[in-house]
Design a protein around this ligand. Structure first.
Ligand code: SF4
Ligand code: SF4
Length: 300
C-alpha cells in the first residue's frame, strides 16, 4: 500500500541522532494554530499557489482540463468544485507559482531513495526519521516501512503527536528505536483551543509508551501566549518525571515562519497572539525541568 508523502528532507540534523533522512507523511488529527507545515494537515493532495511568483502568463488556465482556473487582476483563482487536483497546471507553470503538495510512494520507492544515502547515515550514527503530519495516520505504510528499514539495520525514529490508537502505537513501538513525542500543553482546554483536540489520549499514550520501555524524547514547542507559563511547564515536568524510564526533553522555541505557507494554501493565519520566547524565559523553563531532574535541551 503506497503512502502519501509531502516532503523528504535528505540531510536533517534536528530530527534525531546523527544525519538523517526525514520523511514527512501527509495527514494529521491535530490542527495546531502555529503549524509550520500546514500542508501536512490534510490527508489529501493539495494545490498551493504563491501569488508573488505568478507572472500572469495564463499557461495554467490553458492547460487545465477542467476549466477550473481563471486569470484575474488579483492572480489565479481556482474553482474548488471543478479542480480535480490532477497537477497539470503545476507541471506547466514556469515560475513554480503553482505547486502540488503530496505524492504517492511505495515502501520500495522510499527504500531506493534511502539506500543512496546509507553510507552518510551510517557514518554519522544517523538514520531515518518518519514525521508528518502524524505518521500514525498511515500506520500500515509506516509499519511496512519500519520493517524494511529494520531489515537493513537503519536506525528508526518516529515523530508523533501521540493522537492515535494505543494498540497501533504499541505495534509501531516494536519496530521503532526512538520516538520524538510532541507535548503541546498540559491543560486539555488550552490544548483543544490551539490544536483542535484535547490532550487526554496523548497523555495516556505517552504513559503507555514509556511503560513499554520505548526510548522517548518529549518535544515541547515553546510558545509565549500558549504554553511557556510557569504553571504549564511545572505540570509538564511533573508528568514527565513520573513516567518510567529516562525521558529526555527537547524544547523548540517558536518562530513565526509559517505565514508564507498558509498564504500558499490560501488559508488565514492568525499568529499575532503568539510570541517568540526570550532567552531568559527559555532559561527559566530549563531551570524548571532541572528541578525535577530532567535535562531539557534546546532544539532537536
Ligand atoms: S490541479 Fe488539475 S484540475 Fe486542478 S486546477 Fe490544476 S490542472 Fe486544473
Ligand atoms: S502558469 Fe504559473 S505563472 Fe503562469 S499564470 Fe499560471 S500560476 Fe501564474
Amino acid at each position: 500500500m503506497p503512502g502519501l508523502i509531502f516532503d523528504v528532507k535528505p540531510y536533517s540534523i534536528n530530527d534525531g541522532p546523527g544525519i538523517r533522512i526525514t520523511l514527512f507523511l501527509k495527514g494529521c488529527p491535530l490542527n495546531c494554530a502555529w503549524c509550520h507545515n500546514p500542508e501536512s494537515i490534510s490527508p489529501q493532495v493539495q494545490k498551493m499557489y504563491t501569488k508573488k511568483k505568478c507572472i500572469g502568463c495564463g499557461s495554467c488556465v490553458e492547460e487545465c482540463p477542467e476549466n477550473a482556473l481563471t486569470l484575474t487582476g488579483d492572480g489565479i483563482v481556482t474553482d474548488p468544485d471543478l479542480c480535480k487536483l490532477c497537477g497539470k497546471c503545476a507541471e506547466v507553470c514556469p515560475t513554480l507559482a503553482i505547486e502540488m503538495s503530496g505524492y504517492q510512494a511505495t515502501v520500495d520507492d522510499m527504500m531506493k531513495l534511502i539506500r543512496k544515502e546509507t553510507r552518510t547515515l551510517d557514518e554519522s550514527n544517523g538514520g531515518v526519521t518518519i514525521s508528518g503530519g502524524e505518521p500514525m495516520m498511515q500506520s500500515d505504510f509506516l509499519i511496512e516501512l519500519l520493517d524494511a528499514l529494520g531489515e537493513e539495520g537503519v536506525h528508526r525514529v518516529v515523530d508523533t503527536t501521540g493522537m492515535t490508537s494505543s494498540e497501533k502505537l504499541l505495534e509501531v513501538a516494536e519496530r521503532t528505536d526512538l520516538f520524538l513525542y510532541d507535548l503541546k500543553a498540559m491543560d486539555s482546554d488550552i490544548h483543544k483551543k490551539y490544536t483542535g483536540v484535547g490532550n487526554e489520549k496523548i497523555l495516556e499514550n505517552l504513559k503507555l509508551l514509556a511503560k513499554s520501555g520505548a526510548e522517548i524524547i518529549v518535544r515541547i514547542p515553546l510558545i509565549k501566549g500558549v504554553n511557556i507559563d510557569r504553571k504549564n511547564i511545572k505540570a509538564s515536568a511533573e508528568y514527565i518525571a513520573d513516567l518510567p524510564g529516562n525521558i529526555a526533553v527537547n524544547l523548540l522555541p517558536y518562530h513565526d515562519i509559517a505565514r508564507a505557507k498558509h498564504e500558499k494554501l490560501e488559508q488565514e493565519y492568525e499568529s499575532d497572539e503568539f510570541e517568540e520566547p526570550k532567552l531568559e524565559e527559555i532559561n527559566r523553563v530549563i531551570g524548571q525541568f532541572a528541578e525535577y531532574g530532567i535535562v531539557a535541551n534546546i532544539g532537536g
